[in-house]
Write a protein of this length. Structure first.
Length: 357
């Protein structure tokens, strides 16, 4: 039997089969990985688009992490500031209640203000890890230290007032005057006291940086500390507000020639210090509002980042990822073609002259 040369047809058929096998292998890889290509270069002209999208996602995610970190620190600082307000109000209400009743318990006032002063000092040194929340840009340096200088200053002024070396108006001026009572004397660190510390800020996108930090030596915190220490010192130094008929000759009272004058001087100072505390508490609440506004801005920007990240991920998915249903259809179709090609190749290889005719 004479066979017919089918070399040319066989070679063509084998070449077609290899092409089909390569396509089938590529579809199998797509089904396994869910991706159209193994490398950016295989994506052709779309590669640059996905690379830019990935770069944008990376940048947006970094900004979003910055916002998360800042948000945690804001919440911690807000918690401290709210507690400072509560402590200040407690002292103010207790003093106000005592004055209304006409009986001032100096010992109770001393203990309350002492405890509040120490607690607020600790709150101003609040930390997130090893970073001080109220230290401004000097996050590694403790912002406040009760070094005793404030107590020494206030004690000297109280004694000057009691001994009538200064009158009540001058006494009030002494503890309110920041030139006579600078921040370093109150207990704030040198960096904060110098005024050269920058506020804490967070980079939220390519074009925006938001300031959210609060510094320990800002006026409201400073005034609360000074007022509390002054009340505590005054209450601990005085034995009585005024000298009554049954008092011992050595009893220490507010300055004045008569009981009425002594009471007037004492309550003038106490009322001023109470006003100072109340005003400072309102100042702290104002700072809370300022920070809350920044927090809202951050959250709004972060939500926009999330939307942009989703858009970029969708773009990447459209370019890089496959539709598995579509791939499955192509796979089955190609498999049928390949099986048919195998059948044709087998038939051609077995072709003889008799079969041909």
């Amino acid at each position: 039997m004479t066979t017919i040369s089918t070399l040319g047809q066989s070679l063509d058929q084998i070449s077609n089969i290899r092409v089909l096998q390569d396509r089938l292998n590529n579809l199998q890889r797509q089904v396994t990985t869910g991706r159209k290509a193994d490398s950016f270069s295989d994506l052709g002209s779309s590669a640059l688009t996905t690379q830019r999208a990935r770069s944008k996602i990376y940048s947006l995610e970094n900004y979003s992490r910055n916002i998360d970190i800042a948000d945690i620190r804001i919440e911690l600082a807000n918690s401290s500031m709210n507690e400072i307000v509560n402590q200040a109000k407690n002292v103010s209400e207790m003093i106000g209640g005592s004055v209304q009743q006409g009986e001032v318990d100096l010992e109770a006032i001393e203990n309350l203000t002492k405890n509040a002063f120490e607690f607020i000092g600790d709150l101003l040194n609040a930390q997130d890890g090893d970073r001080y929340l109220f230290g401004g840009s000097e996050t590694r340096t403790q912002p406040y230290n009760d070094n005793g200088n404030l107590e020494s200053y206030v004690s000297a002024q109280v004694n000057e007032w009691i001994n009538v070396n200064i009158d009540t108006d001058e006494f009030i001026q002494q503890y309110r005057d920041e030139e006579n009572l600078p921040d370093t004397l109150v207990g704030f660190n040198a960096a904060l006291s110098s005024g050269n510390v920058n506020d804490v800020s967070v980079r939220v996108d390519n074009n925006a940086e938001l300031t959210y930090g609060v510094q320990a030596n800002e006026d409201p915190f400073r005034d609360i500390l000074v007022a509390l220490k002054t009340i505590e010192t005054m209450a601990s130094t005085l034995d009585e507000v005024d000298l009554d008929e049954n008092a011992d000759p050595g009893t220490v009272t507010a300055p004045g020639l008569t009981g009425a004058e002594q009471q007037a001087n004492f309550y003038q100072v106490l009322n001023d210090l109470t006003v100072m505390i109340n005003d400072a508490a309102e100042g702290v609440q104002s700072r809370l509002s300022d920070v809350a506004f920044v927090q809202v801005q951050m959250k709004s920007i972060q939500e926009d980042h999330t939307r942009q990240i989703n858009i970029q991920n969708t773009l990447i998915s459209d370019i890089e990822e496959v539709d598995l249903d579509e791939v499955a259809i192509k796979f089955n179709s190609l498999l049928s073609q390949l099986e048919a090609s195998y059948s044709v190749t087998a038939s051609v290889r077995g072709l003889s002259l008799v079969n041909f005719l």
